[in-house]
Design a protein. Sequence first.
Length: 339
Amino acid sequence: MANIKDYKIATLGSHTALQILKGAKDEGFETICICQKGRRKPYESYKVADQIIEVDDFKDYFKIEQQLIDQNAIIIPHGSYVAYIGAEKMMDVKAMHYGTKGILEWESDRTKEREWLLDAGIKLPKIFKKPEDIDRAVIIKFHGALGGKGYFIANSPEEFAERMRDYGDKHDGYVIQEYIVGVPVYSHYFYSRLNGELEVMGFDKRYESNADSIGRVAAKDQVDVGIRTTYTITGNVPIVLRESLLPEIFDMGQRVVDSSKKIVDGGLFGPFCLEGIIDPELNYYVFEISARIVAGTNPYVNGSPYTWLRYDEPMSTGKRIARDIKEAIEKNEIEKVLG
Ligand code: AMP
Ligand code: AMP
């Protein structure tokens, strides 16, 4: 039988690296953390990395990649991996890669992402092609905006024009999306090609500055001080969803997996997340998909209420990934977790 000792698990030191590496160690793998200089402390302190490889910048990943290949390491992609390696370069990764690489291109491109979700029958916020068409509250999202930074809300073409003056041409384009009034819900899924089953791992909402602090200030003060809503991500808050919503949540995830098989060879597998807003009529509008582990799973290093129901043991998404890889190795089906 193939042995997991012949493989290592590696990831970039940021985003969800702690739970990925901890989960890998708990499943019996040796781990490698690729850290930016001066940022290794958490990975040492929490004792999740058997080995640390330092780089000046994550963009230097390709300079150290051969070390991963030599050690038979499987790299686990996450949000920082996608953000810092970049969609164009991801296809050049030569090390063993958990998950279908091609799907990350679909999640990083808003137009492609929309096509995929529409095919899966997911409800999406309306897109306004031209600022002149704005006839309701909209949210403006800049391309490549990191973690919601710089997003703003406008209610009319005039307000849009006024706010855009702050940005001039210092941006790479944007999308104008209908602003959905409701609560944000991020649904975490896991799909394994080994058993063909879709799991719901948990839910979170983001903790965003200053969107999540505006309610702490009276409306009058908001206006007087000229507070403008921004969505810079600072952390994640666990939530449990009304149980009657679960059948639809499972169904949406399954449709996304089914539809992914039409767009990319091998389809989507491993962890993914639908990110959206639930309105008072309980419509779930999805504005984004992440086709890899999301940081909203970080509160659940010891498992979520949902993984507890299924596993009766602590099961983080990081550990679930390692288990998928371990089972694949032991069944001699490693190709089912690589892409
Ligand atoms: P970082 O490594 O923290 O600079 O994050 C890299 C990318 O992952 C950015 O695009 C962030 O928006 C995203 N990200 C980081 N942390 C979180 C989080 N807690 N929740 C959602 N997204 C995150
Ligand atoms: P994103 O970077 O696309 O995940 O969005 C960052 C944050 O902006 C989300 O967590 C929401 O709080 C908010 N947001 C994004 N799109 C919408 C939308 N269409 N309607 C309402 N809020 C939104």
